[in-house]
Design a protein around this ligand. Structure first.
Ligand code: THU
Length: 130
């Protein structure tokens, strides 16, 4: 049975970050929050650019926060849109979350609590480079 995640505080942090997003081009602010295995909450928001393709997803900021604040493993992640509802991370961001959370990391999705292994099956990861 998967560990029971307390989603409310995590989602609240994601909403806080979504409200600080810099998304003047898409007008689609995103916030991401993750629970690290030592109990830290890490977070990020999307940061767009006049060079549209250079936009940083919210999950990239969250991973930078994870690594820069001491590292560790992600246990759970949620990303939200402007309504505060959970959205699916894009494909690239699933890969990024997978690297730091593995298949067991929980993800709050529009279809409920799923594992990273379910939303990114047969992920390419560090073991493939061994
Ligand atoms: N975006 C994210 O921040 N994370 C995702 O997983 C999907 C997309 C951002 C990128 C861009 O700033 C805006 O949402 C519209 O694509």
């Amino acid at each position: 049975m998967a560990e029971q995640i307390e989603w409310e505080p995590l989602q609240a942090r994601a909403v806080e970050l979504m409200n600080r997003a810099y998304a003047p081009y898409s007008n689609f602010p995103v916030g991401a929050a993750g629970l690290a295995d030592d109990g830290r909450i890490v977070s990020g928001c999307n940061v767009e650019n006049a060079g549209y393709g250079v936009a940083l997803c919210a999950e990239c900021g969250m991973i930078s926060d994870l690594v820069g604040s001491g590292g560790g493993k992600l246990v759970a992640v949620v990303c939200v849109d402007r309504t505060g509802e959970a959205i699916m991370p894009c494909g690239r961001c699933r890969q990024i979350i997978s690297e730091h959370g593995g298949d067991e990391c929980r993800l709050l999705t529009p279809e409920g609590d799923l594992s990273m292994g379910e939303v990114l099956p047969q992920a390419f990861g560090p073991a493939n480079l061994a």
